[in-house]
Design a protein around this ligand. Sequence first.
Ligand code: NAP
Length: 302
Amino acid sequence: MTNQSHDPSTTPVTSPSPVTVLGLGAMGKALAGAFLKAGHPTTVWNRTPGKGDELVAAGATRTATAADAVRASEVVIVCLYDYDVSQAVLGPIAPELKGRALVNLTSDTPERSREAAAWAAEHGIAYLDGAILVPVTVIGTADALLFHSGPKSVYDRHASTLKALGGNTVYLGEDHGLAAVYDNALLDFFWTSMAGLVHAFALAGADGVKGADLAPYLSALLSIFPPIVESMGGEVDSGDYPGDQAPLVTEAVNVDHVIHASAHRGLDVGALGGIKAVLDRAIAKGHGADGWTATIEAVRAP
Ligand SMILES: NC(=O)c1ccc[n+]([C@@H]2O[C@H](COP(=O)([O-])OP(=O)(O)OC[C@H]3O[C@@H](n4cnc5c(N)ncnc54)[C@H](OP(=O)(O)O)[C@@H]3O)[C@@H](O)[C@H]2O)c1
């Protein structure tokens, strides 16, 4: 005999359970496809009818309304354009969502995620927020990175279902905003890096260098980043920014060279000018002998 209580709302779901996907844009279709492939009975809905024929051919059930789709499953995945759209879709069907697990994989800000969580709590909806860090072609593979945040009991109950979307499915913590915090931070690095790559090709290209000729050297440069990221993380946490190998005052001169060369060739220098302004502010705050991580003191709000 045991006196352990059995709470079905926290018991992990082990066999492929029914899943609903709201939104059949490029990503929503990939998510629904991964659920189908993993054996989950999958119901789909999209605002514009007629999308997802290939999913229906693969066994998905397509409904005419979001409410009908929600009624089919305990787990409801949302992947729409942004949180304005997801709230416009979810708001009217709150009664149908009550008692179910809602997992919002739409990208937006941490503030929007927390607002959505408060709304879900008001309506008795178990809510997880999430973020997808890979393109559609990677969804459902071992490499697919997805973040989740919200109540751990809800995540644990549905973890096996959520892992159908990717082998690298990470639970970050109870704060619903965390998935978007990590997502925004990684996108911050991604977009600024992408802009830097384009600018580098434009700069070399202005002197006739072909993209294909520069590309191998940019790739080689990228390979030095992992140890830089590791040590920078430690420096950010400690507030100690050793600059013995490359102090900010020296780096500022090098940034100036690239700005001058770019301006001389008529290229846009807005992003580089912004970087130089941050460097100058950090130096003015007394960090001239520190390393690049010290610029965080000029990036942060005063
Ligand atoms: N695509 C990627 O590689 C990728 C990667 C990581 C994260 N994400 C994130 O995944 C989310 C979806 O991206 P996606 O690529 O699937 O976008 P998408 O192809 O543009 O699809 C947008 C979806 O939102 C729906 N929608 C737009 N406005 C609507 C409205 N007013 N009412 C109801 N539905 C509306 C669209 O429905 P209709 O078909 O009716 O227009 C469609 O289902 C975004 O938050 C995106 O940042 C995407």
